[in-house]
Design a protein around this ligand. Structure first.
Ligand code: C5P
Length: 399
């Protein structure tokens, strides 16, 4: 049985151009077995008619907060009680702002306030509106409040621009909804992800670090969560908030990360090492701040353990995935790493030219024994979802 069979999905449609995809989304949700009711905001009704949505959902469409019909039948409280999941798709910048600030001045906002069911939003807007500081601030607030965020994807936009802000396609949204009910591609799997840099202390105030922002790893952890996995994220020092629904363990050095990862993978099905682990650490970190009383001095460094190779070498090893960030001869080095560390899969990426570290976009080549797949340039979130889909495929193929 599908994870969405007989599930009550309250679909909120807000006023963006992507609302033209709402009827298709309703059909796809119903194909997956869900029972769908639609709440339309006044602005959304300018893009898509209630009649269309009524026809495809097989139910009357709800629009008014204050009306005799609402008070006698399905008002905001009844609709909120009815829902197993509220999905707002498309969610405009304006709706995100109102949701983040607790507004309840139209039917959809009031339903979201009254709901005990989880709320998911599928943002859809122009790339500039998406990147706007207030939108990003509202997004952080919504994530803090436990709202699930599906997407956005990137690509060409109705306004003619290209970038992040496209609503996920209806089938991707159906899969994300299924993931909320334990029906994703990694449902029932335990996944451990490492992310970010490690800091290797030289003395109490200085360290050796690297430029990893942690964004790729956090996106991978979130994509695994969206696919229904139980996720532990072991994170080096980064400036990112804890993603919702994920157990986060913050660590500092490679040795700390090794201990946390080895404990977490004991009963894991998948390990994805995205962390940029320092290869070396100071042999003897000073206990006091090093003074500048010498013209030059050397720091002795010792090799750190290779966490990924260690996980791959465990007697009961999870499906082990590594990353290979390289500046040259990317595929040859990645293929060698796949073999040397005995990995199940490696994601190779070229660093530089606006890709890789400290950027929003990336491009990956996935390599596994006997296979290869290109994931062209896209946002880290979109790539992470594709990577997770491939991992789930290979995991299933392995049986
Ligand atoms: O060998 P290299 O450092 O290029 O390999 C990168 C991969 O190995 C990444 O997946 C990284 O997380 C992992 N790694 C590790 N422990 C190290 C060094 C790298 O787990 N000490």
């Amino acid at each position: 049985m599908n994870a969405l069979t007989h599930k009550h999905i309250l679909l909120g449609v807000t006023g963006g151009i992507a609302a033209y995809k709402a009827p298709e989304l309703v059909r796809r949700l119903r194909d997956a077995g869900a029972d769908v009711r639609v709440v339309l905001t006044p602005a959304a009704a300018a893009f898509v008619t209630p009649l269309t949505l009524q026809a495809v959902s097989g139910r009357p469409v709800h629009q008014e907060l204050l009306s005799a019909e609402a008070e006698s039948g399905m008002g905001h409280i009844e609709l909120a009680r009815w829902a197993d999941l509220i999905l707002v798709a498309p969610a405009t910048a304006d709706f995100m702002a109102r949701l983040a600030h607790g507004f309840a001045d139209d039917l959809l906002a009031a339903c979201c306030r009254a709901a005990r069911a989880p709320i998911a939003i599928a943002p859809a807007m122009n790339v500039g509106m998406w990147q706007n500081a207030a939108t990003q601030r509202n997004l952080r607030q919504l994530v803090d409040d436990g709202v699930r965020v599906f997407g956005p994807g990137s690509g060409s936009q109705a306004c003619g621009e290209v970038g992040e802000g496209r609503m996920l396609e209806p089938l991707e949204l159906v899969a994300a909804c299924a993931g909320q009910f334990g029906g994703g591609a990694l449902a029932g799997r335990r996944v451990v992800v490492s992310a970010g840099p490690t800091f290797e202390d030289l003395d109490p105030v200085r360290f050796i670090g690297n430029r990893s922002s942690g964004r790729m790893g956090y996106a991978v952890a979130q994509a695994a969560r969206e696919a229904g996995a139980d996720v532990t994220l072991v994170s080096g020092p980064v400036a990112l908030p804890d993603p919702p629904g994920i157990a986060v363990q913050r660590v500092r050095s490679a040795l700390d990360m090794r201990a946390a990862v080895l404990a977490a993978v004991a009963d894991a099905d998948v390990y994805i090492g995205t962390a940029a682990v320092a290869d070396y650490r100071p042999a003897a970190p000073a206990t006091q701040k090093i003074k500048k009383d010498r013209d030059a001095f050397a720091i002795e460094l010792v090799r750190n353990p290779d966490i990924l190779a260690e996980v791959a070498g465990l007697a009961r090893r999870p499906f082990t995935v590594g990353f290979a960030a390289e500046t040259d001869d990317v595929l040859a080095y990645a293929r060698r790493k796949l073999d040397d560390k005995r990995l199940d899969l490696i994601a190779a990426n070229a660093v530089g030219a606006g890709l890789g570290f400290e950027t929003d976009d990336n491009a990956l080549t996935l390599l596994w024994p006997g296979g290869q797949r290109e994931l062209p340039r896209a946002s880290k979130a979109a790539l992470a979802r594709e990577l997770i889909a491939v991992i789930a495929e290979r995991l299933d193929a392995r049986g």
